[in-house]
Design a protein around this ligand. Structure first.
Ligand code: ATP
Ligand code: MG
Ligand code: MG
Length: 560
């Protein structure tokens, strides 16, 4: 286990545990709204919610915050579960805010009866206009002091199939002059006629976030409700509704006042060259600007998984950026460094040539071949070996040959020697060009005594090249990705985000040659194409051709 530094959130938790608050118990929750796929920002919240529970022997439950049926569905629920498991976390229970619709309704009715809530028949524009500013008081709604019976009757009417969306809302009667704008008679319920993914058409009006979240935390016994900084101004209202709930359920007067969930806020994760807003991610998918939620260019967890990122690399990155009280923009390069770091330990080394040119070993017998041993992972002795076939006709990278090479070019050039990885030392004897002067074939002679592992192999040769046998390889498609946006911070840009998309974020290379062993690797297996980068087989692979995604390039080749 790597040493983790203690975040300010964990410090607060430790203080509460030490003080014996809530019986010295820790219970957190991760509360996704099932209206999209999880992205790496959510992973930051997941690492905190689940990580703290693990660290302090607590429990972290999942709660789907499904209070807006117009955007939610079960497909998202399923994928969220899958992504959290993939990250390696285990939840205690799975809850849904929709499980509490009746309880919340009853509580709202109690508030109306107490004169603490009223039905407002104004439009949302009118309500917004009356909010005032942080320094000037708002204007009370003309419906603010309507009789309790009228509000009760209209609240019932709001929950019928005939209710018209936007025609009425239920508001808490708090304080229209409060400097905290969230106290200026916040909306508790609104009418939505879209059927709910779990409760169908049972309900026609639904609680707002502020009237559902803290209450759900309270119902479940959450001790620490950890969220992001934009909820700081909501915290007093969160606490206020919990006060009301304790009055409602009688715990306050029974002297059971010790239980109270505590909201703690940390900074969101924002990454350079991408967007994290669900609305924008939806647009990218809906307008086919990417190939679905799991497009390897997306900041979604399913996209990163498909691209070949490991869960550990994502978690290590999140650990490295830490949790603070200040919003920041995190460098994508840091994430990529974490990916390289982890894949260096995990990936199986294979041979693949992505820009091929023919290399003929002229003194190697026609039709002969031999199996060379290739180490799967020099960082992991237990990873074993596989074999790669060597023969007379090979593919090597075009960039590994120069006809007129400078002195420091330690690759192939007429008269120069290189080692072919896992095989022999070869000496270049020449090349053949087509009518336009393009090199179409390179010739070399091999030294039969120089096979890797044999005594003659010890001769010092500066360069080592990767190769595949032309007669024993598989043609593959390789997809390379660049930044999805060409500006560092698309969310802060004034231009429409469509204009900021990098038009060259996907490059498809149909003519790569990979060794057979590589061609049989499956999605989920971490690969390093030696000297090129990290790759992973894509589910688009067919019997005709394997398809690979480039996860990230290597920082350094084998160059010494
Ligand atoms: P939206 O508000 O666009 O629907 P959201 O990002 O708030 O989306 P939720 O499903 O409500 O999505 O988020 C679940 C949890 O993940 C919340 O606790 C939220 O604070 C946290 N979260 C979301 N985005 C980030 C982020 N970029 N960094 C850290 N935590 C995040
Ligand atoms: Mg949301
Ligand atoms: Mg949210």
């Amino acid at each position: 286990e790597e040493k983790r530094s203690v975040s300010f959130v964990e410090q607060l938790i430790e203080e509460d545990l030490a003080a014996g608050k809530n019986g010295g118990r820790l219970q957190t929750r991760f509360p996704p709204e099932p209206n999209g796929y999880l992205h790496i920002g959510h992973a930051k919240a997941i690492c905190m919610d689940f990580g703290a529970a693990e660290k302090y022997n607590g429990v972290c439950n999942l709660r789907f915050d499904d209070t807006n049926p117009s955007k939610e569905n079960n497909e998202y629920v399923e994928n969220i579960l899958h992504d959290i498991s993939w990250l390696g976390f285990k939840w205690g229970n799975i809850y849904y805010a929709s499980d509490y619709f009746q309880k919340l309704w009853d509580f709202a009715v109690w508030m109306i009866n107490k004169g603490m809530a009223y039905v407002d028949e104004q439009t949302s524009e009118q309500i917004a206009e009356q909010k005032g500013t942080p320094t000037t008081a708002g204007t009370p709604s003309p419906y603010r002091d309507r009789p309790v019976e009228e509000s009760l009757r209209l609240f019932e009417a709001m929950n019928t199939p005939e209710a018209v969306e936007g025609s009425m809302v239920l508001r808490a009667k708090l304080d229209m002059a409060n400097p905290n704008m969230h106290f200026r008679d916040p909306i508790m319920y609104r009418i939505i006629q879209t059927p709910h993914h779990r409760t169908g058409t049972k309900w026609h009006c639904y609680p707002m976030y502020d009237f559902a979240h803290g209450q759900s935390d309270y119902f479940e016994g959450v001790t620490h409700s950890i969220c992001t900084l934009e909820f700081v101004p909501h915290r007093p209202l969160y606490d206020k509704f919990v006060d009301f709930l304790k009055e409602y359920d009688g715990t306050a007067e029974k002297g059971l006042n010790d239980f109270r969930p505590r909201q703690i806020e940390f900074n969101r994760l924002n990454l350079t060259y991408t967007v994290m807003s669900k609305r924008k991610l939806h647009t990218l998918v809906d307008e086919h600007l990417v190939n679905g939620w799991d497009d390897p260019r997306m900041p979604t967890l399913c996209g990163m998984r498909r691209r070949g990122y490991s869960p550990e690399s994502i978690k290590n990155f999140i650990q490295s950026i830490g949790y603070t009280k200040f919003d920041a923009l995190n460098d994508m390069a840091l994430l990529e460094a974490a990916v390289r770091d982890d894949l260096n330990k995990k990936s199986t080394r294979v041979s693949a040539v992505v820009d091929p040119v023919k290399l003929v070993i002229t003194n190697y017998p026609d039709g002969q071949s031999e199996e060379m041993e290739a180490i799967n992972n020099p960082e992991d002795e237990t990873a074993g070996t596989h074999t790669i076939t060597f023969s007379k006709n090979l593919w090597i990278e075009r960039a590994d040959f120069m006809e007129d090479a400078p002195k420091k070019f330690f690759r192939l050039a007429p008269g120069k020697e290189v080692r072919l990885k896992n095989a022999y030392i070869v000496k270049c004897t020449g090349c053949t060009k087509d009518a336009e002067g393009n090199i179409i074939e390179i010739q070399a002679e091999y030294d039969a005594d120089s096979k890797s592992g044999m005594p003659g192999a010890n001769r010092k040769v500066k360069g080592t090249l990767h190769w595949v046998s032309a007669d024993h390889c598989v043609k593959a498609e390789v997809r390379e990705y660049d930044r999805l946006f060409f500006v560092e911070n698309p969310s802060a840009d004034e231009r429409d985000f469509h204009e900021l998309l990098n038009p060259d974020s996907l490059h498809v290379n149909n003519c790569c040659y990979v060794e057979k062993y590589a061609a049989t690797r499956k999605p989920g297996e971490y690969l390093q194409f030696q000297r090129i980068g990290y790759f992973m087989a894509d589910p688009d692979t067919t019997d005709a051709a394997p398809v690979f995604n480039k996860t990230v390039g290597l920082k350094d080749a084998w160059a010494k």
